[in-house]
Design a protein around this ligand. Structure first.
Ligand SMILES: [Zn+2]
Length: 523
């Protein structure tokens, strides 16, 4: 039996430089996608995952003695969860990685055809947002699904291989393994999803009835004739833009980064070092999205963004800096294995700060909007937020429900299962007589498996934290006490405490759908 304390130290010495090199290379490739940076990213990625696949290290971790020290025991547990998914026979691991990257490439290269011309996803989304021609909309929607037919067999094969890996590691299937290594209790997840279903079913049906009436009028058909292509995006995962509030004019000409800085500094959270290390504005050859990277589990935290002066980038900067202040707020005295965050809690903190860009109080105090205008906006903003939570929650019910079915039986009738879930949760009528693997057109099923529920958990926890801050210190904007509560109850602990325990401590109660139910009641 190995001495747990020594083993944890040894693992840290080994993994720490590899992780840091991987993070730094990933950053470099994101800000400048040169061939050299790309190949360094691949090399450092491989070196890190090879270290995680080390079976001797894994066996030592499993048989290590924690010396009855809970702190050591928890580090061994995290280390085991980190290594376990990589303890798959090398040939199987390689087949999975190859198939994943081949699928990623096919998604990137595939183009649908609308009116005889090849179109990318942006063009399809534009048609579904703007076109009043049902024929063109139908073509665009069908074009968005052609990738599904092209990749479905490979996605089923990938699910079989993932299940084979999971079973070799002693789990029922890939769904169960993914949850287990992420410290997510499956029974609790299913219970929470059922409660989220119950809390949103009625307000969603009401909201959608009003939407359908508008769509039927717009397209000159009956409500019963509405089909998936009448909604504003290929999966109906977002509410349509009309009916929400356009905040862009309020941000035109504003310094979005300065607004974000002001938000954090006013509550005593320092972001200067993050901003100095960041890459914030659009430039050729650079990743077009946004993320926050904790490079070394220490002081080196950076944000990549492509800021322009609109609402969405204001929200994104607040979101990414939310991740950043969490990373910097980890107690430096914690051992390395604890100096990281769980996806649910870091996403919750980021969503909590990001939502400020649509919060009446923030618009008044930070953006400088007149008090009357802010109050006037507040009720339409609340309705728009509620609609977003409704549409998103129903969509997660489809995705998570489908992935359970997929991994339970990759050879089953997935096409029918998919449309059954879509009809039940999103109240969307399938196209007449459609038989096609439309589920496979969602890239996450292939390349980000069993992940969607963390988005829902993150948004629920964000609502729960917002309520807790309102009742204890009046809110988040300009309130030092709010940041102190987050710093003490959430940030400092890192992963020394399980995420669900942190949520219970920080919000005063375990994760529940109660705040979500209150939030959607205003739809
Ligand atoms: Zn995020």
């Amino acid at each position: 039996m190995t001495d747990g304390r020594a083993l944890v130290a040894e693992a840290e010495d080994r993994l720490r430089p590899l992780e840091r090199a991987r993070n730094a290379a990933w950053w470099d490739a994101s800000v400048d996608a040169s061939d050299e940076n790309e190949s360094r990213r691949r090399e450092t990625d491989l070196a890190y995952s090879n270290a995680l696949a080390d079976s001797e290290l894994f066996d030592a971790v499993v048989s290590a003695n924690d010396g009855a020290d809970a702190f050591v025991g928890r580090q061994l547990g995290l280390l085991r969860n980190l290594l376990l998914p990589h303890q798959v026979p090398a040939s199987l691991r390689e087949r999975i990685i190859e198939l994943e990257s081949a699928l990623e490439g096919r998604f990137a290269r595939h183009r649908g055809v609308v009116r005889g011309a090849e179109v990318d996803d942006n063009r399809i989304k534009q048609v579904l947002r703007e076109s009043d021609d049902p024929g063109e909309r139908r073509e665009a929607w069908e074009a968005s699904k052609t990738v599904g037919a092209a990749v479905a067999d490979d996605v089923r094969e990938l699910a079989r291989l993932r299940n084979e890996a999971a079973r070799a590691l002693g789990h029922r299937d890939w769904f169960a393994l993914s949850l287990a290594v992420d410290e997510t209790d499956e029974t609790k997840l299913l219970e929470t999803l059922a409660l989220a279903d119950r809390a949103t079913a009625e307000p969603f049906a009401r909201w959608k009835e009003a939407l359908d009436a508008k769509l039927a009028e717009r397209f000159g058909c009956g409500v019963a004739d509405l089909r998936p292509w009448h909604y504003a995006d290929p999966f109906f995962q977002e509410p349509p833009a009309d009916g929400s509030v356009d905040l862009d004019p309020l941000f035109a000409g504003k310094d979005v980064v300065a607004l974000a800085r002001r938000t954090f500094e006013a509550i005593g959270l320092e972001v200067d070092d993050i901003l100095a290390a960041s890459d914030l504005y659009p430039r050729p050859g650079k990743n077009q999205h946004a993320f926050c990277a904790d490079i070394d589990r220490g002081d080196d935290v950076r944000v990549l963004a492509n800021v322009v002066d609109n609402h969405s980038w204001a929200e994104t900067m607040l979101h990414e800096l939310g991740h950043g202040v969490y990373d910097l707020g980890l107690d430096r005295k914690l051992p390395w294995l604890f100096r990281t965050t769980h996806l649910v809690t870091t996403e919750a903190i980021a969503l909590l700060f990001g939502a400020l860009a649509r919060d009446g109080e923030w618009l008044e105090r930070v953006l400088g909007l007149g008090g009357n205008e802010a109050r006037r906006l507040e009720s339409s903003l609340a309705a728009a937020r509620a609609a977003e939570h409704l549409v998103f929650t129903r969509w997660v019910l489809v995705m998570t429900g489908f992935e359970r079915v997929l991994y339970a039986d990759p050879d089953g009738d997935l096409d029918s299962a998919w449309w059954g879930l879509v009809a039940r949760h999103q109240l969307v009528t399938p196209p007449n007589g459609r038989r096609a693997p439309d589920w496979a057109a969602k890239i996450h099923v292939a390349v980000a498996p069993v992940y969607y529920h963390t988005y829902l958990y993150g948004s629920i926890v964000a609502l729960q934290l917002r309520e807790a801050l309102r009742s204890s210190v009046g809110g988040l904007v300009d309130r030092h006490e709010a940041a102190e509560l987050l710093a003490t109850n959430v940030f400092a602990h890192g992963q020394s405490v399980r995420w669900d325990e942190l949520v219970a401590r920080a919000s005063g109660r375990p994760l529940s759908v109660d705040s979500l139910a209150r939030e959607v009641a205003t739809a």
